[in-house]
Design a protein around this ligand. Sequence first.
Ligand code: NAD
Ligand code: IPM
Ligand code: MN
Length: 365
Amino acid sequence: MTNKITLLPGDGIGPEVISAAVKVANFIAEKFNISFDYQEKLIGGCSYEKFGVPLTEDTLQSCYDSDAVLLGAVGGYQWENLEHHLKPEAALLKLRKSLGLFTNIRPAKVYSAFINSSSLKPKVLAGTDFVVFRELTGGIYFGEPRGYNDKRGWNTMEYSYEEIERIVVKAFETARKRRKSVTSVDKANVLEVSQFWRKVVAEVAKNYSDVELKHMYVDNAAMQIVREPSQFDVIVTGNLFGDIISDIAGMITGSLGMLPSASLGNRYALYEPVHGSAPDIAGKGIANPIAAIASAAMMFDHSFGMTKAAEIIEAGIEKTLSEGYRTKDIAGEDDKIVSTERMTEIILENIETVFNEQALGVFTL
Ligand code: NAD
Ligand code: IPM
Ligand code: MN
């Protein structure tokens, strides 16, 4: 079986972490007897530099023609003042919209080996395992009118019934397979769009009487995530709130460099770390590759139905962390600090060990 994958390394640390994810994907493909046909394309600032636009038709077409897209990150200081539609970030938004990727899944999982290294206390982290369902193709990111002039700036936060319903259904379906709890996050005490969101969520919930539903205001949710993260199972929210909430969730896992994501629609799928292009550390070889590698794991799970492969990758990451290896962003005093490349090598070795133990029946996931 050959699967087409479009690689979009992008800007900053994007190429560094995507190269790590590809090494892992290739290793798994070989072990599981599948093959990948990669198309590597430009997106973001690097595309703007070469073609004058951050997303070309050629890049978009390659994504349409692929079974999955693996993206690094876009953006950088040098492109911050470009016109809105030429900014690297505009390319990512256009790509998500064009591919219809309305469900963005961002799992906040605490690696047990890491529980003493997080900036939160171990007793706060104990039992934390939640997933954020962020609506990705609507809300204030895309609402019209939008713009600014010399005197004012404006955007529109808007959701249709269908846009809310389809992401909320995904969240409830997932909750059913987990701990059967959905927290819908909004700002219904102030925003009409959130009042409408709440109404739709409540209607969808009627079909899931086995799942508990809580509504929570976004400001309280931000606080609760660092106060008692274990209370959450599935969080579902709109585009802007989901963006913010998922960066907070990134710190729960220890660093933004650890948090993967899957963006899914009815037809296409894109996998990318939650973090950005980290221009402050780009080119130094110190970026944490775990978010990108874990994003590849999500690709095996969601796009190729290879749950076992995903679990082996996760176990390889966990083993590496338990041996004390850390990139700089997650290192404590007694940890072994390693480069992006070395971290990737060790993760690969550990994936191989886990794979072999699995084959011998020693290790059970
Ligand atoms: P960022 O996520 O790039 O970086 C925030 C901080 O986290 C930085 O200190 C960075 O060094 C650190 N960090 C992030 N990823 C890391 C990793 N893998 N390993 C180690 N440290 C890591 O966010 P920012 O600084 O606000 O944004 C930088 C640029 O990235 C901007 O242009 C922004 O628009 C863009 N951005 C892109 C995406 C994306 O492509 N999906 C996501 C977020 C931000
Ligand atoms: C993310 C990023 C993007 C977003 C930016 C770069 C457009 O922050 O994927 O979380 O806001 O969605
Ligand atoms: Mn973000």
